[in-house]
Design a protein around this ligand. Structure first.
Ligand code: FAD
Length: 317
């Protein structure tokens, strides 16, 4: 079933969560171990992130540097399909622009279509590690709106090679990312919202937000979206704080602010367990307020650990 139909048919806020494929060399059982404790709360669907290749430099025994291209977390397509089969649940794999030519994008979309996966979260991907600017693959997409256009063309049976006869249309439903505190590269929030609107005009049916720790930022964002004519459901993304380093890492990585009260509570913590408990309590309060204001769903960022998400979901759903 399409995510947008689940949202439209829902009588209350949907519970959803996001998983990362395990690091290379680990097993899919780790994914199942994350899902199993959460399945009793009836998740509406499960997102699976996509991870681009990275360039790493290794020092060889002769002292020279060797360039290697590695993918630390492969397996998105297979994991999505395995979860769908094992749990009979809707899956939403992420599809990114980075690292894909348009032809490779088309092939990946055909794989999803053949696997019976018709929900995707379309994203651009971040710049390569250490780089400030996103560089698309030669012949790939620069912005998510371009990727959505390709997906929507496929939904009309329009493949890259126009000479295909009687080409079957796909049936993808696409969600996109939105940034209540602005995407890091956008010159200002208004400009970012114009680009978000373009993604919706191209065919995105709902928005999932970047994590935020102050609900007012989400409420203001929803209002601003409405003011510029973005009228699709906006699903808030929630991540419980889980390490002391989150105080500096989350703002740096995701261009978000942490409220003073949360920082104070984290700083009082003596152990990692204490920090995780603070994260859980904060996320419970955020979730309760969001549900009270009838948000369509809450998208929890698990980072493949479900003990804290289980405590939150148990308290609010
Ligand atoms: P876009 O919508 O393309 O926007 C990127 C930037 O370009 C923005 O600043 C925007 O304002 C600007 N822009 C957009 N269109 C135009 C235009 N036409 N002209 C000029 N400027 C424009 N990353 C992964 O690699 N894998 C994942 O699985 C993944 N999952 C995510 C899930 C969620 C819910 C979120 C919020 C993020 C996720 N990301 C993931 C991170 C995401 O890839 C990055 O945030 C990336 O930097 C931007 O992606 P986007 O789709 O928002 O890009």
């Amino acid at each position: 079933m399409k995510v947008i139909d689940k949202i439209k048919n829902a009588k209350s806020t949907l519970f959803t969560f996001e998983l990362l494929p395990p690091l290379k060399g680990h097993t899919i059982q780790e994914i199942y171990d994350t899902i199993d404790p959460l399945i009793e709360f009836n998740p509406a669907y499960i997102n699976i992130t996509y991870h681009q290749q990275e360039v790493v430099y290794k020092t060889r025994p002769d002292g020279l540097m060797e360039k290697r291209v590695i993918r630390k977390r492969p397996g998105t397509v297979a994991i999505a399909s395995a979860i769908q089969n094992k749990y009979k649940i809707t899956v939403v794999p992420h599809m990114i622009c980075g690292g894909f030519t348009k032809e490779e994008t088309e092939d990946a979309l055909i794989d999803f279509h053949f696997l019976g996966i018709d929900n995707l979260l379309a994203l651009r991907g971040d710049p390569d590690k250490g780089k400030r600017k996103f560089v698309p693959e030669k012949g790939g997409h620069t912005y998510t709106s371009d990727l959505i256009e390709q997906i929507m063309n496929l939904n009309k049976g329009k493949y890259l090679h126009e000479d295909l006869e009687d080409a079957m249309p796909t049936n993808f439903s696409v969600g996109v990312a939105g940034y209540p505190e602005k995407h890091i590269e956008a010159p200002n929030l208004d400009a970012d919202l114009e680009n978000l609107k373009l993604k919706v005009e191209k065919g995105a049916e709902y928005i999932v937000t970047q994590m935020f720790f102050d609900n007012q930022k989400y409420f203001d964002f929803v209002e601003k979206c409405k003011n510029v004519g973005i009228n699709v459901p906006i699903i808030p993304g929630i991540k419980p704080v889980s390490t002391l380093n989150d105080i500096s890492l989350l703002p740096q990585t995701f261009n978000i602010d942490l409220p003073n009260d949360l920082i104070k509570e984290i700083k009082k913590c003596k152990t990692i367990k204490d920090v995780r408990q603070v994260g859980v309590e904060w996320a419970i309060e955020q979730s309760k307020e969001l549900i009270k204001s009838n948000v369509p769903g809450i998208h929890y960022y698990t980072l493949d650990q479900s003990d804290n998400i289980k405590k939150i979901v148990k308290a609010v759903f």
